[in-house]
Design a protein. Structure first.
Length: 357
């Protein structure tokens, strides 16, 4: 029904407007009594063989929602009811910011892909923390509802210089610490000027070590992961392995969107060019192969010494199983969810059970 009825209707709208329309529709539907239970019955699978234990957290299944989809923690329980095992919010920044000028999200239908240059548009870390706090309170009051695993993807404000970026990450870390289950340090988005420069060895080591030092001072430290770009060269990936092992962060999320547009069927000339920077980050099936290559390389180079969450071009059970076979412990979806609809998590989890992965 989604692919033949709802998707064509949503795709009549501008991509970003469609996103907000879907959010409002889902919020409305889930306020109707019994609707959440109906969706759980349709899309949710619970089975011991789907559970994963990673960095001290038990995930109900290995299929999550990637950051960028629910930036402001608005649909956490609803996405969990659609069968996702964990929800990663953000990227959030210390201060609310509008992001880049619109239009800033574009569908490439022939490639089942998206290009976005959103620019960390979000309501700020405090707004996200307040929403999650309400969710945690509701979970505590309803013992029949299982706790949703929530990740906090954090970044810096656009106007913050790279020299002062560490402070922005520290602020987000402190604001979200009591609310999320794990953190993701995002230095790999192509849509904030200069952000990817923080992936260089020296600034990245400083950033991660600062957060880890702060983390170790907590009575119960939280897992910290690093999200990397798919455009890194082999030498850069070697540095990533060394940095992760030196700072002893919990793991890596591979990968973010790419700025390599080669091999696309779609005509990119229809996308208006920004005044500065690239067209935006490419996600979807065009990223499938490269993301899997990065996962496999990191897994082999590190000897499997740290967990990897695989993301990039997952639109089918086969895509998911490729990521897992390459060395990913968990996977995340974004663009595949938009193109394939709410049944995608169930399809993937069924395949994982069938293949006993």
């Amino acid at each position: 029904m989604y692919r033949y009825v709802l998707q064509p209707l949503f795709f009549l709208l501008d991509a970003e407007k469609a996103h907000h329309t879907v959010f409002n529709l889902v919020k409305f539907l889930f306020r109707i009594p019994l609707v959440p239970s109906i969706f759980r019955g349709l899309y949710h699978i619970a089975h011991p063989k789907l559970e994963r234990e990673l960095f001290g957290i038990r995930f109900p299944n290995p299929v999550g929602i990637a950051a960028g989809f629910d930036k402001n923690a608005e649909l956490i329980t609803e996405l969990a009811d659609l069968g996702f095992g964990f929800i990663e919010i953000g990227t959030v920044t210390p201060l609310a910011q509008p992001g880049n000028p619109k239009p800033r999200m574009f569908r490439l239908k022939e490639d089942k892909a998206l290009i976005n240059r959103m620019g960390f548009n979000n309501e700020g870390a405090q707004a996200a923390a307040t929403r999650i706090r309400k969710i945690r309170k509701a979970e505590a009051q309803n013992p029949q509802r299982k706790r949703v695993i929530i990740g906090g993807n954090i970044g810096k404000n656009k106007d913050t210089s790279n020299e002062n970026a560490v402070k922005d990450y520290e602020i987000c870390f402190d604001v979200l610490f009591d609310e999320v289950d794990y953190f993701v340090v995002n230095v790999s988005s192509p849509n904030t000027p200069g952000l990817r420069d923080l992936q260089d060895k020296e600034p990245l080591m400083k950033l991660l070590q600062t957060l880890q030092d702060k983390n170790y001072r907590k009575s119960a430290p939280k897992p910290i992961l690093l999200k990397i770009a798919p455009d890194l060269e082999e030498e850069d990936l070697n540095d990533i392995v060394e940095i992760v092992q030196t700072t002893k962060i919990a793991g890596v999320i591979a990968t973010n969107t790419t700025i390599n547009y080669s091999g696309l069927k779609s005509d990119l000339s229809i996308i208006p060019k920004p005044e500065k920077g690239s067209l935006g980050g490419l996600s979807g099936q065009s990223l499938t192969k490269r993301a899997t290559e990065v996962i496999r390389y990191l897994h082999q180079k590190s000897g499997g010494t740290f967990p990897i969450i695989g993301v990039g071009g997952i639109a089918s059970p086969e895509d998911a199983q490729e990521k897992l076979a390459a060395g990913a412990s968990l996977i995340q979806l974004y663009t595949g969810f938009i193109y394939e609809g709410p049944g995608i998590a169930k399809k993937i989890n069924r395949a994982i059970l069938k293949n006993n992965m």
